[in-house]
Design a protein around this ligand. Structure first.
Ligand SMILES: O=C[C@H](O)COP(=O)(O)O
Length: 227
């Protein structure tokens, strides 16, 4: 499945609002809006729901995390192969709520590429973003941890973190696309993110915790539809 841009990637995290059947309902809402508007909306369900959700929707589904181990004797680990078998198109890795070491990111990015999986490496500063871009993932997602879950959008509160990341990535590896995340909630936040040079956003609470998921997603993408 080809991933289009701008990309809206909704991370379900470990929120109870998006667990099990509720996770499927949210993924279905994302799929409906995506089909009606032509905007690429991807989801990162909880790992326990990955295969179940990926089998039921036709939008890109990402894993929230993978481990750097190959298939084998690794109890409790999540392999890239298992994520691919589950129907995911790719994986996030190194989220600030699920950090892994840089050498592990390196292994994961290389193995994902050989398996045809798309990688989104999360980062916390422009410098770390540049370092991770050097590893050659498909995307990096810059997220200042202090803004995560606050509703204060990185694209408006810390635009310099986003622009510095975009500039550094251009120098280090211009093939790597940049997303930004943390506090992204409304269309204006997405528009600001795109103006700063990103190709999209990674968000969670603004949608997952919204009372009306469809309304929240439609609001998010409203500036892109109008273009
Ligand atoms: O993966 C998503 C990010 O951590 C942002 O979370 P948030 O949208 O709840 O601030």
């Amino acid at each position: 499945m080809k991933i289009g841009y701008p990309l809206i990637l909704i991370n379900f995290k470990a929120y109870s609002e998006a667990s099990g059947k509720r996770g499927l309902q949210l993924a279905k809402v994302a799929e409906k809006v995506s089909k009606e508007t032509g905007i690429t909306i991807a989801v990162a369900p909880q790992l326990t729901d990955l295969a179940f959700i990926a089998s039921q929707v036709e939008i890109p589904v990402f894993s929230q995390h993978v481990d750097d181990v190959p298939p084998g004797s690794y109890t409790g680990h999540v392999t890239l192969e298992a994520v691919k078998d589950a129907g995911a198109v790719g994986t996030m890795v190194n989220h600030s709520e699920r950090r892994v070491r840089a050498d592990q990111v390196d292994v994961i990015v290389k193995r994902a590429r050989s398996l045809g999986l798309t990688t989104v490496v999360c980062t916390n500063t422009p410098e770390v973003t540049a370092a991770m871009a050097a590893l050659g993932p498909d995307m990096v997602a810059i997220e200042p941890p202090e803004l995560i879950g606050t509703g204060i959008p990185v694209s408006k509160a810390k635009p310099e973190v986003v622009t510095s990341s975009v500039e550094l990535v251009k120098k280090v590896n211009p093939n790597v696309k940049v997303l930004c995340g943390a506090g992204i909630t409304v269309g204006e936040d997405v528009a600001a993110a795109l103006r700063l040079g990103t190709v999209g956003v990674l968000l969670a609470s603004g949608v997952v915790k919204a009372k009306d998921w469809e309304k929240a997603i439609l609001d998010l993408i409203s500036p892109i539809i109008k273009k």
